[in-house]
Design a protein around this ligand. Structure first.
Ligand code: 13P
Length: 246
């Protein structure tokens, strides 16, 4: 799966979609493509794509696990009603800027599980990486799946915090090793021993995507900056489709 995370950027949705379509080459076993726009563009994007039958699935960048008197938030029921198929949770920007902790992210996971596809983001900071703590940090962030019966579409996105928007990335072989580790941790701790798909995120571009997609345990990508342009995003999806058969 290849997912665009537009974060809080202004996008001309019609223009993006036209550019994407001009460059995207659909194949018989094409990757699942997702776009997570700012929530204010959700309806526009769903209308552009048509509910359900488009090759592009629409999702949200985050969601509230509750509903009702919760000023400023969007509930799981609302995103499903709008036509969203997936939700990103636990993004490092949510953890850092909005102080979201494992307890809250677990509530979000439970409220979405088996209703919409979950993309759980995990990743270590530069300091943690330099201290050799990456696997400990990931194990801690992944504790929220313990004893949970996970939906078979549950996805983890490995996004090293130091790679996001920085132009820096780990070596592809190191990403591969971490992805294998994440798969093993989720498989041994979830109630149904699910082996999830793992996406890589952090400074993925149309120039470096191939080096990641060639790795065995890289099942796709979660893309920020390079997804803001429909042409570049389509090129990355095309690269994925020529390398991996899903
Ligand atoms: P960049 O692709 O801009 O590094 O962002 C990655 C990311 O945070 C996607 O969720």
């Amino acid at each position: 799966m290849i997912i665009a995370n537009w974060k809080s950027n202004i996008i001309d949705v019609n223009n993006w979609y036209t550019n994407f379509n001009n460059f995207y080459k659909s194949m018989s076993d094409s990757a699942i493509i997702g776009v997570a726009p700012p929530t204010i563009y959700l309806d526009k994007l769903v209308t552009n794509l048509g509910k359900g039958d488009s090759e592009i699935k629409v999702g949200v960048q985050d969601v509230d696990h509750l509903y009702g008197s919760r000023t400023g938030t969007i509930s799981v029921d609302m995103i499903i009603e709008t036509g969203c198929r997936f939700a990103i949770i636990g993004h490092s920007e949510r953890r850092e800027i909005f102080h979201e902790d494992n307890n809250l992210i677990k509530e979000k996971l439970k409220s979405l599980n088996k209703r919409a596809m979950v993309v759980l983001c995990v990743g270590e900071t530069k300091e943690e990486n330099e201290k050799g703590l990456t696997k400990d940090i990931l194990k801690n962030q992944l504790e929220i799946v313990n004893k949970l019966e996970l939906d078979k579409e549950f996805i983890v996105a490995y996004e090293p915090v130091w790679a996001i928007g920085s132009g820096l990335t780990p070596e592809p072989k190191d990403i591969n090793e971490i992805h294998k580790y994440i798969k093993d941790v989720v498989q041994s701790n979830s109630a149904n021993n699910l082996s999830p798909k793992i996406l890589y995120g952090g400074s993925v571009t149309d120039k470096n995507a191939e080096s990641f997609f060639r790795e065995k345990f890289v099942d796709g990508a979660l893309i920020g900056g390079a997804s803001l342009d429909g042409t570049t995003f389509a090129k990355i999806v095309n690269i994925f489709n020529t390398i991996k058969k899903l």
